[in-house]
Write a new protein. Sequence first.
Length: 334
Amino acid sequence: MSREVKILFVGAGEDDVRLDRWFKRRWPHVSHIQLQKLLRSGQIRVDGARADAATRLTAGAQVRVPPLPEQQEKREGEKPKLTPRDVAYAKSLVLYEDEEVIALNKPSGLAVQGGTKTTKHVDRLLSAWGEGLERPRLVHRLDRDTSGVLLLGKTPNAAARLAGAFARRRAKKTYWAIVAGDPRPPEGVIDLHLVKKGIGDRELVRPADPKEFGAEPAETEYVTVSRAGHRATWMALRPHTGRTHQLRAHMQAIGHPILGDPKYGNEESNELGRGLALQLHARRIELDHPGGGRLVIEAPLSKEMKEGFERFGFDEHEADAEPFGRKGGKGGRR
C-alpha cells in the first residue's frame, strides 16, 4: 500500500463529476468496497470536509487522497492498459508541452471523457504521461466532434490555475465555424440563456427565458471572417461563458446553424453541409501561463474543416490571429 497522502485539484473538465467516478478514473483498481471504507472513515475529504460517494465535485476543489491499496495483477474483465501504439497516438496530438502545461490538438470524433459506450477518449489517453500525480488533468472540455486546442495541467497547481482562468473567464478562446447563410449584422454578441434537455447522447440545449428552471446565462461574441456569397459564412466565435453546446445552440438560435451539425441543424444547413463533419474548430486559446507570462496556442485546421474550406473557397490565411481586437502571435509562450 502506498503511504503517501496526496492533495489533488479538480479540473474544470471534471466539474460536477461524482466523487466515486472521479476516483475510478484515476485508480480503477480500487474496489467499491475499499472506496466506501475510506469514505466512511473520513480518510477521503473534499475541501477539508467529509464526503460520500455521490458528492458532486466542483472545479478547483481539493480532494485529500489517503494511502491506497496497490494495484494487483490484471483481473479478467478489467480494461486493458494503454498499448505502445496508444501512447504514441496520445503523444502525436501534442501541440505544445512544458513542465506545467500540455496543449493537444484534439481530432474531430474523439471524446474528451468516457461514458457507457465510449471507451476511446482523451481522459484515458492521459495515462500516456503516467498515473497519480504524473497524470495530466483536464481543465476544460470540447464536444466530441469539435476539433482543436485542448489544454491540460501537468501538475495539481497548474491545473488549478488553468481551471481558475477558465472559470473566471480570463481565457480568450477563438473558434472557427462555417455556418449556413449570411448573418446580419456581420458581428455582434448573442446574449441568450440556455437550458439543458435530455441526457447522455440525447442531451440538447435550447434557448430559455432567464426565469425558466435550469436556465443558465450564455454569451457568445461573433465576427464574420469571409462569405461564400449568401450561402455560407466563415465565422470567428468567442464564448464568454462555457455552457454545453453553447456555440452550436446560439448559432441555431439566430438562424444560422453550424454546418455538419446533426443536432442543431435545419433543413437549409443539412442540405448545404451534406457530407461534411461538424464545421467547428477550437482555433486558438490565449491565457496566463501558470508559471508566468502569456500562453498562446493555435491548432491547425483539421481535415474535416479543410473539407469545408475547400467546398466554399475559404483561405485560412484571410483571418487575423485575433479577430476580436488586438493582433496576436501564432502560438507558444511569451
